[in-house]
Design a protein around this ligand. Structure first.
Ligand code: F6P
Length: 349
């Protein structure tokens, strides 16, 4: 255990895409912070934007009561980049000082925690990270909270799409989120019994997919489910497009599912439909597993504040909650290992 310091004033913010379990983390940071360490909490609204624009609310025990099962974030979110330029960075530093904070807990993914890491390393801000994203693409932790809920939602959707696929002898293409990694596609596809799964880490083999569809039909299986991750590059130049403040392409707007559906329709003549699950995957109540993971992460974050473990992120290793340097978490994307994809392949077709 590290050193314990006196009661502190702790800011909490949620950045990037909303994610089931954010409220459960906020609740845990506040409840544990108050009950075990006597900390006081400030909610910074709309992610880093709130720090720049001095948008904040007091966060007491009452404010975090009844939010464990609520999706989204009571603190709201944005994709604001506090390191956009020198002036913006200075505004963030001034915002931190202006709120009289002793520490900041940032709940976010690659972008939010990347900014947190640099605000700590380059400007000395006492920040602790909590790994949030439905994409599960953060290094430094085995799992991020929100991922389990997203997989559950997609798996349930695949189950439902099977009904129509079978009744109408259709190919159903399901486009799922995940940005540049295929965690959601692979796990939901495995759990939902998809007939083919395409992920960004694995070069798409469209001829193999078409052959599989023909082979199924030849066996009398006139329906198929194809799961495609939004980040799959079909090498038709479609990767270019609209960028967010952190320079990431808005993939869901680029329609890999629609293009794949058109390719299948044209090449096979099979009746093909495309479902883009979109933000449904991030919505609603977190699974019990995500509520527990979020509660464990929030508890660790409150302890890390008290122990002065700044510049680090709460992390899950095996079944143990620990912490790692923020820089390690945001250095490289955690991609789906090849052997995990290979595990799924015998179930294709
Ligand atoms: O990172 C979470 C995520 O849902 C990605 O899977 C997706 O590509 C992106 O956010 C969508 O972002 P937005 O909600 O800004 O459209």
């Amino acid at each position: 255990m590290g050193r314990y310091v006196q009661a502190m004033r702790v800011g909490i913010l949620t950045g990037g895409g909303d994610c089931p379990g954010l409220n459960a983390v906020i609740r845990a940071v506040v409840k544990v912070g108050v009950r075990r360490f006597g900390h006081e909490h400030v909610g910074i609204l709309h992610g880093w934007r709130g720090l720049l624009e001095h948008e904040s609310i007091p966060l007491g025990m009452r404010d975090v009561s009844g939010i464990l099962d609520r999706g989204g974030t009571i603190l709201k979110s944005s994709r604001t980049n506090p390191l956009r330029d020198a002036e913006t960075t200075q505004k963030a530093l001034d915002g931190f000082a202006g709120l009289g904070l002793d520490a900041l807990v940032a709940l976010g993914g690659e972008d939010t925690l990347g900014a947190a890491s640099r605000l700590h390393s380059d400007h000395g801000l006492p920040i602790i990270g909590v790994p949030k994203t439905i994409d599960n693409d953060l290094s430094g932790t085995d799992v991020t909270f929100g991922f389990d809920t997203a997989v559950q939602i997609v798996c349930g959707s695949i189950d439902r799409l099977h009904t129509t696929a079978e009744s109408h002898d259709r190919v159903m293409v399901v486009e799922v989120m995940g940005r540049h990694t295929g965690w959601i596609a692979l796990e939901s596809g495995l759990a939902g019994g998809a007939d083919y799964i395409l992920i960004p880490e694995h070069q798409p083999d469209v001829p193999a997919l078409l052959e599989m569809l023909h082979a199924r039909h030849a066996r009398g299986l006139d329906y198929s489910i194809v799961v495609v991750s939004e980040g799959v590059d079909l090498s038709d130049g479609s990767a270019d497009g609209d960028l967010d403040e952190f320079g990431h392409a808005r993939l869901a707007q680029q329609g890999v599912g629609d293009r794949l559906g058109a390719i299948i329709r044209e090449a096979t003549g099979f009746d093909t439909r495309v479902t883009v699950l979109g933000h449904v995957q991030r919505g609603g109540t977190p699974t019990a597993r995500d509520r527990i993971l979020a509660t464990r992460f929030g508890t660790r974050a409150a302890e890390m504040v008290a122990e002065g473990l700044f510049g680090r992120m709460a992390s899950l290793r095996g079944n143990t909650i620990t912490d790692v340097p923020l820089a390690e978490a945001v250095g490289t994307l955690k991609t789906v290992p090849d052997d995990y994809y290979r595990l799924a392949q015998p179930f294709f077709g």
